[in-house]
Design a protein around this ligand. Structure first.
Ligand code: ADP
Length: 542
């Protein structure tokens, strides 16, 4: 017997329609790309999104056409985020921090037909333009007063263009299985790979992350995504926030701690970003003595959350920290370390340990850890193996790839190394290519880094394996000290030795001014290994 309920397609336009119809007045506050803080709401965002859709159709956009968008987190970006799929198009989010060659590669690979960009990013796009093979038009996301002189052929001024369109034409009908957005992985090894999100996968993922044990957003929340919309599907905030009818504060391009603090104080209740952002903010708060008056929760993911960050937010500022894991290929959220009754029954120290793990999968996500022999790793919180994931928000095949990215049962190998505990909570201990293999055993670089940054003078640390004639590899730690502070090699190693077995303690500590980062703000182990190799670095013991 078939169900006799309505076939209501799970498409992204239903989200923005819902937000506009039932939470239309909810404020969207933006530090605009032009500078001033400006206000909008869900009704206005939808109105503009409808005009974007109408305008793109008029330009000749056909269903499935890709539109590259390079923009900071602003209300205008939300208009485009919903407007492009509303015309049946596919938003291809572009990270301005990628190298020019990578941007050229992904724009050509995705076959973007139009590019939309914030006005300050025009010079970057001008540099790329001569190498772009499929782009036929450019739209600068600004008003007439800020429209720059540009060599981009026929560049349109967004606000003028939008004003000429009708908001009454409606959305282009799409199938829920159609593509909605594309994000490329950062391509630290090989070319970046395109992950093609669907309408259905984005709607389901947004619904899933609204669960109370995940983001738990409500119409009473004010959400500030510090994580850019162009990074890993914007951690779903572009969909989950309007779905909940929550307000938004969009911080724009200024990611300095004082600027973020100013925006956080605009009533923000929940915010999301990678740990480095919070390290800088906490340092700023310490220096200025400022308090966080409305913030309740901070979601931290993208890299492992250092214990010091969780402790400081919770104990000094009374803000709950939620540690999360995910990746571009998984829409992107995959696990959340929100506590269960079992965890709440533990001692304070054990609770902290549990909440510093990378968390449990939520409904729509299935996770498994497999050891090298293909067996399920025991749920003992120790045995490390490869982390696999499957679900409706997990990649099946990369854009234009010849082979599936998942096995016949849907399991996608994340490339992360993890263990799982008795509560089904995982802990990422490394990326498989960064794991340090010493004497046939694995040493977690993430653990070494986290124990090192617990030293009060250390602001950032990176552990890498360096080839060793006897042990295969030995760990070496790069350390950056906080401004005006210093530490000795012995101090840092003693700090680590308190927590790990003796053979896991790094062989050397190198104090550096800066640790190289990737375009998504993560420590670039590839660059560090290359740097050490080029410098002819020798371990003290070899
Ligand atoms: P990129 O490859 O550009 O860093 P992703 O956001 O897709 O972009 O990165 C996903 C990877 O980031 C994961 O596979 C994992 O290695 C790492 N990661 C994400 N969240 C965490 C976390 N909470 N702890 C440790 N590593 C994490």
């Amino acid at each position: 017997m078939r169900a006799q309920m309505q076939d209501w397609p799970l498409v992204s336009t239903t989200i923005i329609d819902h937000a506009a119809r039932f939470h239309g007045d909810r404020r969207i506050l933006t530090r605009s790309a032009e500078g001033p803080v400006v206000t909008s709401n869900w009704a206005q965002i939808r109105d503009k999104a409808r005009r974007v859709a109408a305008g793109l159709r008029k330009l000749g956009l056909q269903p499935g056409d890709r539109v590259g968008v390079m923009a900071w987190n602003t209300g205008r970006h939300l208009e485009v985020w919903h407007g492009v799929p509303g015309a049946g198009g596919v938003t291809h989010s572009l990270n301005p921090r990628l190298f020019d060659d990578q941007l050229i590669y992904i724009i050509n690979h995705a076959e973007d037909r139009w590019l939309m960009m914030d006005h300050d990013l025009v010079p970057l796009i001008e540099r790329l333009a001569p190498h772009l093979t499929t782009v036929q038009g450019y739209i600068v996301m600004t008003d007439r007063a800020h429209m720059p002189e540009t060599s981009l052929p026929g560049a349109l001024c967004y606000e003028d263009w939008v004003a000429e369109q009708s908001a009454d034409e409606g959305w282009t009908p799409v199938d829920e299985g159609d593509a909605c957005g594309i994000c490329y992985t950062s391509g630290t090894t090989g070319n970046p790979k395109g992950v093609v999100y669907g309408h259905r996968s984005n709607v389901l993922h947004a619904m899933a992350v609204l669960q109370p044990d995940v983001l738990g957003l409500s119409a009473n929340d004010v959400v500030m995504p510090v994580v850019p919309l162009f990074h890993a599907n914007g951690w779903s905030t572009g969909y989950s926030t309007p779905m909940a009818g929550a307000s938004m504060v969009m911080p724009g391009r200024d990611m300095t701690a004082p600027a973020l603090y100013e925006m956080l104080e605009q009533g923000v209740t929940i915010t999301l970003a990678v740990p480095t952002v919070w390290l800088a903010l906490l340092q700023h708060l310490e220096e200025t003595g400022q308090r966080l008056s409305t913030l309740k929760r901070v979601v931290i993911g993208g890299s492992a959350c250092p214990r010091a960050v969780m402790e400081k937010f919770e104990k000094v500022y009374g803000v709950e920290v939620i540690h999360a894991w995910g990746m571009t290929e998984t829409s992107p959220l995959g696990s959340f370390a929100t506590p269960t009754p079992e965890i709440l029954g533990l001692s304070d120290e054990e609770q902290m340990e549990a909440r510093l793990r990378t968390g449990r999968p939520f409904y729509t996500v299935d996770l498994n850890v497999k050891t090298d022999d293909g067996a399920d790793a025991p749920r003992d919180g120790e045995t490390a193996g490869s982390l696999f994931i499957r679900g409706p928000g997990v990649v099946q095949r990369y854009l234009k790839a010849d082979v599936e990215a998942a096995d016949p049962d849907g399991w996608f190998d994340t490339g992360d190394v993890a263990n799982m505990d008795a509560y089904g909570s995982i802990k990422i201990t490394d990326r498989s290519k960064d794991v340090i293999k010493s004497g046939g055993e694995w040493i977690s670089s993430i653990d070494l880094e986290n124990f090192a940054v617990a030293h009060p003078s250390v602001s950032e640390a990176a552990a890498v394996g360096v080839p060793h004639p006897k042990w295969d590899e030995r760990p070496v730690l790069l350390v950056v000290c906080s401004p005006g502070k210093s530490a000795t090699k012995e101090e840092v190693l003693a700090q680590i030795a308190e927590h790990v077995a003796k053979w896991q303690v790094p062989d050397d500590v190198l104090f550096v001014e800066e640790i190289p980062h990737t375009a998504t703000g993560k420590i670039s182990k590839v660059s560090i290994r290359k740097m050490l190799e080029e410098q002819g670095y020798q371990l003290p013991s070899s």
